[in-house]
Design a protein around this ligand. Structure first.
Ligand code: NI
Length: 176
């Protein structure tokens, strides 16, 4: 298992629609495991393929609380097949938008169909933070970031700050 580099926005790779997984095989399982490692190392609760430069419809999620023990979920081709009319506001963050947060409104509960590690079709119902997290990760597969759900004013402010942050990082990494 290996840790992968997480892409920070703005980046065209985060805006691309990811390709469906044909079959969950050893290669896909390895990607899923590497993504979980990467997510845990970064203290995240979810990660999507495009965030690590893999344009495939794969997400990993773990919203368990500290002390509860890990509850990793690995999904290929996840899709929302039902969503509640009730909505929920949650302050979201993203490993690709480090240190930025904003309130996002989404359906409170969803039903998701996906392929599991064994390439079996599964359906789950999720609510609360799990529903929010899975919807956030599926958005990534369609090139959508949480800031695309907020006002353009606030979005532009965050993107500008991230641009600056990336420039600084690149300058620090470059030899003098
Ligand atoms: Ni994210």
């Amino acid at each position: 298992m290996a840790e992968l580099d997480i892409i920070v926005a703005p980046d065209p790779r985060l805006k691309k629609r990811a390709e469906p997984v044909e079959k969950v095989d050893d290669e896909v399982r390895r990607i899923m495991d590497d993504m979980l490692d990467t997510m845990y190392a970064a203290n995240g609760i979810g990660l999507a393929g495009p965030q690590v430069g893999i344009s495939k419809r794969i997400i990993v999620v773990d919203v368990s609380r500290e002390g509860d023990g890990p509850k990793p979920m690995q999904m290929a081709n996840p899709e929302v097949i039902w969503e509640s009319e009730d909505e929920r506001v949650y302050e979201e963050g993203c490993l690709s938008l480090p240190e930025h947060y904003a309130e996002v409104v989404r359906p409170e509960a969803v039903k998701i169909r996906y392929l599991d590690r064994e390439n079996e079709i599964r359906t789950i119902e999720a609510d609360d933070i799990l529903a929010t997290c899975i919807q956030h990760e599926i958005d990534h597969l369609d090139g959508v970031l949480f800031v695309d759900h907020i006002s353009s004013l606030k979005r532009n402010m965050i993107i500008k700050k991230l641009q600056k942050f990336k420039k600084q990082q690149a300058a620090e990494a470059a030899p003098a």
